[in-house]
Design a binder for this molecule. Structure first.
Ligand SMILES: Nc1ncnc2c1ncn2[C@@H]1O[C@H](COP(=O)(O)OP(=O)(O)OP(=O)(O)O)[C@@H](O)[C@H]1O
Ligand SMILES: [Mg+2]
Length: 425
């Protein structure tokens, strides 16, 4: 069938945000509170999680809900090594003033004061290259930025009483080191000096973003931000809903087996749900229904796309020791204890903990409970097993052959059976 309803590819808002009802409701309440009462009742939220779990999608939903209420949204995607916070505010100001949005024009003086005399809204409108001016950002005082945002929010509310200002930052873990303390200090100044200001913040980042914030000098990031960690996989019912509901709205039904098969193939990982559902849709002859055969036909093409677009490139950039560690996890189906990984590699657990930490940081694995590691992209496991030996041959680091890992690998001890009931009850 043509015109698939799914949204494979990073950053696309899916037709339904499955499994996020609680978060979406909390978001609605938060926007309502910040508009009515100001920052005294607001929480600045950061969505964290591994790659492809739907962080950007949540931020997009947040921005859309805010815009619907009359908020002005200032958003930027952090890019390694580039300051962007102040530049985004000023660039947005230049655009909105140019578009003759009255609230921005009325707040212009406060906006101009953000960066003193060297670069104001006028500088931006005159076409100044923001990246050449990043030094300006370092001279910005959080007080001036907080004052400008509070003034802007007040002006916006004169025209849109349920509105305010929402600032969003995607991929906070790569934000310029100068931006993070500036952001934190500005939010803090807003709390202290402008508690009534209708200014909210939402960001995203990989799970280690609290550590990045601390390393950038932000004390107690967990007190300043509400960290909402998105689980790497959706529960089966939610995963089925993510697949079935967009089709239903378009008058197409999934057979029960077909929807079940998608959940098994993707383990409920949002990025793969979209990809596999998209290919099943395309493979279905139509009209009106998708069968398990369509899922299987689509799965082959989805697999090819995955290899080309993500698994292959990720394998090529993995440092050798991380490749070896991940392969040991893959040998156990992608979910295993760190003790068994160490046995499989014939090493001590403590020698390996730094490798596990690096993989956690990069988002390749997550730790659902103490001592367990799970691969965040389930399809990576079989792919690694079939490509490990070639990658090992090409590596300068001497890595353990797959056969040696297999012979080291002891099956995990089975759960003890419940003791038989012997008391006659
Ligand atoms: N709740 C959801 N239900 C169904 N599909 C979803 C959901 N959230 C995200 N998706 C889909 O999953 C894919 C990944 O989403 P998104 O790009 O937002 O993830 P991300 O966490 O920002 O990833 P990255 O860390 O790579 O930036 C997209 O195709 C998106 O449409
Ligand atoms: Mg993203």
């Amino acid at each position: 069938m043509d015109s698939s309803v799914y949204t494979p590819g990073a950053g696309h808002l899916p037709p339904v945000l499955a499994g996020r009802d609680d978060l979406l409701h909390a978001m609605t309440v938060r926007l309502n509170d910040v508009a009515n009462v100001g920052r005294t009742r607001s929480e600045d939220v950061v969505f964290t999680g591994v790659r492809g779990v739907g962080k950007t999608a949540m931020l997009t939903a947040y921005s859309a809900a805010a815009a619907e209420r009359g908020f002005e949204v200032i958003s930027y995607q952090a890019v390694t090594g580039q300051a962007g916070l102040v530049e985004s505010v000023l660039a947005r100001a230049a655009l909105r003033i140019d578009q003759e949005v009255k609230a921005w024009a009325r707040a212009r003086r406060a906006l101009d004061r953000i960066s003193g005399v060297s670069l104001g809204v006028a500088g931006i409108s005159a076409g100044v290259n923001v990246h050449e001016q990043t030094a300006t950002a370092r001279r910005v005082h959080p007080e001036a930025l907080a004052e400008a945002l509070a003034t802007l929010a007040a002006e916006i509310r004169r025209d849109a009483p349920t509105g305010g200002v929402l600032i969003t930052v995607d991929e906070m873990q790569v934000a310029a080191k100068s931006d993070l303390p500036l952001l934190a200090a500005t939010l803090h100044r807003l709390n202290v000096e402008h508690p009534q200001a209708a200014v909210a913040f939402a960001g995203t980042g990989l799970p280690h973003v609290p550590t990045v914030l601390r390393e950038a000098g932000v004390t107690h990031p967990d007190r300043l931000f509400l960290i909402e960690e998105l689980a790497p996989v959706l529960p089966p019912t939610e995963a089925r809903y993510a697949v079935i509901e967009p089709a239903r709205r378009a008058g197409v039904s999934w057979s029960t087996e077909a929807a079940d098969r998608i959940v098994v193939l993707t383990n409920g990982y949002p990025a793969h749900l979209q990809l596999f559902a998209d290919e099943a849709w395309r493979a279905a002859p139509g009209p009106g229904s998708i069968s398990v055969d369509d899922v299987d036909a689509g799965a082959r093409r989805a697999g090819d796309r995955l290899v080309r677009q993500s698994l292959g490139p990720r394998l090529n950039e993995l440092p050798p020791r991380q490749l070896e560690y991940l392969t040991a996890i893959a040998l156990h189906g992608g979910s295993v204890t760190t003790r068994v990984v160490a046995e499989t590699l014939g090493r001590q657990q403590r020698e390996l903990s730094w490798i596990r930490d690096e993989l956690l940081r990069a988002g390749d694995v997550y730790a659902p409970s103490r001592g367990r590691v799970v691969m965040s992209v389930p399809a990576f496991a079989p792919f690694l097993l079939s490509h490990y030996n070639d990658a090992r041959d090409a590596s300068d680091t001497p890595l353990l052959p797959l056969a040696a890992m297999r012979s080291n690998a002891a099956p995990e001890a089975p759960e003890p059976l419940p003791a038989p009931n012997t008391d006659g009850a």
